[in-house]
Write a protein that binds this ligand. Structure first.
Ligand code: PCA
Length: 321
C-alpha cells in the first residue's frame, strides 16, 4: 500500500513537470491584439504547442510590448528573442528588396499581391539568410487607402499635407505628392492627429478602425494603392538548435498560418471598410483623375526602385509584369 502511494506520488510529480514546456520562445510582435496579424500569430503559437504536446511554447508579446517595432529585426538577429514579426517595409533601408512591398499600384488586389510575394520570396529569403534569419511566413494587410479631412480628388489635394508615414517608400511617395512625411507608429496615430503632427494618412481599413480614424478625419478614399505584408522571422541558429519534431511543428504551423492569414486579410478588407462607414466616415471610390495621377507616380517609383535594386531587381520586376 505504501509503495503504491509512493508510485502515485512520483507519477503526479513527473506528469506535472511534463506540462511545463521544455522549450519556451518569446516572440516580439508590433501590432495590437485586435489586428488579424496578431490573432493569427496567437493561433500559430497555439498550433505549435498542440502539435508538440506542450513541449514547445511560444509566448507572444504583442503591441511592441517587449521590443519596439523598429528594433525587432535587430533583436531577432542578435537572439535577444528567437522569433518576431515585422512589417516588411520597415526594413526598406536595410535592402531595396524590402521596399518592393510598398510600391504604389504594383500589386493592388490579393491575387497580384500573392504573385508578387511568390516572385520576390526567394530574394527576401536570401537577404534574411545573410543576416542569420529565416522567413517563416508572410501575411498581407488589406489594400491601402487615403484618410483625410477633406475629399481627395486629385494629387494636388496632397500638397502641403502632413502625411503620416510607416516606411521609407511611403515617405518617398509623400515627397512626390508634395506632402511632408512624419513617421508615426500605429498606436500613436490618434495622438499624432489630435496634436496636429499629421493630418492625413495612407493605410488599411484595419488600421483606420484600430486607430478610430473617424475621431479625426471624415474621408476614406478607397484607392487600393498597394497591399503590404508583415513577415514572421526566426533566428537561424535558434531554429537549428530545436529538436527535429519541434522544427517540423514550427514549419507546419507556419504554413497553416500563412494560408489562414491571407484568408483573414480578405475578410478583414470587407468588414473593416464597412466599419469605417458605420462610424460615419465618407467612404468613396477614387476619381479617374486621381487614379491616373497616382498610377503615374507609382510607375515612376517602380522605375526608381528597379534602378536602386540593380539587375536582380530589374529581372524580378519584369518577371512580375
Ligand atoms: N497598417 C500598418 C501597416 C500597414 C497597415 O495597413 C500601419 O498603418 O502602420
Amino acid at each position: 500500500m505504501k509503495f503504491f502511494n509512493m508510485a502515485v506520488l512520483t507519477f503526479a510529480v513527473i506528469s506535472s513537470a511534463s506540462t511545463t514546456a521544455a522549450t519556451r520562445w518569446d516572440m516580439a510582435t508590433p501590432y495590437v491584439d485586435a489586428t488579424h496579424h496578431t490573432k493569427n500569430i496567437i493561433q500559430f503559437a497555439d498550433d505549435v504547442k498542440t502539435a508538440t504536446q506542450g513541449e514547445f511554447e511560444i509566448i507572444v508579446h504583442s503591441g511592441a510590448s517587449l521590443i519596439k517595432h523598429k528594433e525587432i529585426p535587430k533583436a531577432v538577429r542578435s537572439q535577444q528573442v528567437p522569433i518576431g514579426e515585422v512589417f516588411i517595409g520597415i526594413m526598406g533601408n536595410d535592402d531595396p528588396i524590402f521596399k518592393l512591398d510598398n510600391i504604389p499600384f504594383l500589386a493592388t488586389d490579393f491575387e497580384q499581391a500573392k504573385k508578387l510575394y511568390d516572385i520576390s520570396k526567394s530574394a527576401i529569403e536570401a537577404k534574411l539568410d545573410e543576416d542569420g534569419l529565416m522567413l517563416l511566413y508572410s501575411v498581407p494587410w488589406p489594400p491601402q487607402g487615403i484618410y483625410s479631412k477633406d475629399p481627395i480628388t486629385k494629387i494636388e489635394d496632397f500638397k502641403g499635407a502632413k502625411l503620416r508615414s510607416y516606411s521609407s517608400t511611403l515617405s518617398r511617395l509623400a515627397i512626390l505628392l508634395s506632402a511632408s512625411p512624419t513617421t508615426v507608429q500605429t498606436v500613436e496615430i490618434p495622438q499624432a492627429f489630435s496634436t496636429g503632427i499629421v493630418n492625413m494618412m495612407i493605410t488599411s481599413p484595419t488600421t483606420g478602425v484600430s486607430s478610430q480614424a473617424w475621431d479625426y478625419v471624415n474621408n476614406y478614399t478607397d484607392v487600393q494603392a498597394w497591399i503590404p505584408k508583415n513577415m514572421v522571422i526566426v533566428n537561424k541558429r535558434a531554429f537549428r538548435r530545436l529538436d527535429k519534431p519541434l522544427q517540423t511543428a514550427l514549419l507546419t504551423s507556419a504554413a497553416a498560418a500563412e494560408q489562414r492569414g491571407w484568408e483573414m486579410a480578405i475578410q478583414e478588407t470587407k468588414m473593416k471598410t464597412a466599419e469605417l462607414a458605420e462610424h460615419g466616415m465618407n467612404v468613396t471610390a477614387p476619381s479617374d483623375t486621381l487614379m491616373t495621377e497616382l498610377k503615374k507616380i507609382g510607375n515612376d517609383m517602380a522605375t526608381e526602385w528597379a534602378n536602386e535594386a540593380g539587375s536582380e531587381g530589374k529581372a524580378l520586376l519584369s518577371e512580375y509584369k
